[in-house]
Ligand binder design. Sequence first.
Ligand SMILES: *Cc1c(COP(=O)(O)O)cnc(C)c1O
Length: 432
Amino acid sequence: MNQPVRQTATSTQAWNKAQQIIPGGVNSPVRAFRSVGGSPPFISSAQGSRVNDIDGNSYIDYVGSWGPMILGHAASEVIAALQSAMQNGTSYGAPTELEIELADLVIEAVPSIEMVRMVNSGTEATMSAIRLARGYTEREKIIKVEGCYHGHADYLLAKAGSGITTFGLSDSAGVPEDFARLTLTIPFNNAEAARRTIVANADQVACLILEPIAGNMGVIPPQDGYLEQLKEITAEYGVVLIFDEVMTGFRVAPGGAQELYGVTPDITCLGKIIGGGLPVGAYGGRREIMSCVAPGGEVYQAGTLSGNPLAMSAGIATLNTLKDSTVYQQLEVTSAALAEGIQAITQKYQIPCHHSRVGSMLSCFFTDKTVTDFATAKTSDTELFAGYFWGLLNQGIYIAPSQFEAAFVSTAHSETDIDTTIKVADRVLSAL
Ligand SMILES: *Cc1c(COP(=O)(O)O)cnc(C)c1O
């Protein structure tokens, strides 16, 4: 089998220029490939399951813009919606019916959401949800789970997975200790730790926030009963339970992890897929809590471009397309084929690897441990991962440049894409 020879000259040139005028050359750290070494290809276009770089290489893409592109790139439904919307102007800063339509689609799909506010990113969604929880409970402390990532708000950068894990930073510079002091952290999949922390800080904890399926330390599903226990403990102590479903919302099921596991939080954060590739986030929940948001209530939160008509249109087109009941079945079949294929290869070459998958999000951790939390995820061999990553990239398969990220399968990934990926992975892993 001919191995493609990847061209890199034009991207290298762009990279040199970018690093002079953009911090680290990128507008979001993990794109800089620091944890795998080397420099990133610059992307010029994307279509279906593929992204294309400015050097003329084409890749089967499992990054999917880090989650949003569940319909693949440049999905015809989304492009048509955008083309039609932009004829009518791109922003008004006034209410539109598009906002109602997207809110309706979200409320219909996500079991615990009765009211929802649109924002522009996942970071904004979690920031706002936490302010709301604090305003609603009149308490200050928050509990977050180690390895879960909720965007880059000051008080959420304690033990925050992905980018932070990848860079080996325990925290960020520029975060006052007084802010971080109000954030208590506990391990994932450990309800007892949640109980202990809540009891020790009784009447002081506003909320417990977590990714119900961890995706930002690699994919780690919740163990049986974990989410139920969290719900029970938080309810008992009046702590607002926040599910950050920015990644899992409309990914693992239309209603996210809460639909899949049948456990509902008080507040849900959304993002990624609900914007169909445009900048959107949202937070929603019970009417009683959401009514505390301004202007009805006293918790302030605003945005010039929030509910932007282009973003709403892309979101509406995406969620409407996902209503087709066969979509998630198809994703399950394709994703299972990929995961099983890769697993068979690591077994064949006896490479220690913990495979995990929930629907169309998957990870292989290069470790002989069973990965259930941040500590076990971190036992992974990141050098081996870097070799795997570069082997794949050089042969036309684009996965996230970090051991601690999920791979995403879209409806645009064909059986042939999966077969090709498995063949390339075999070649790469046989040489590691
Ligand atoms: C991506 C992500 C965020 C942050 O969203 P941005 O749009 O990047 O600000 C928050 N929480 C989770 C679970 C995410 O996956």
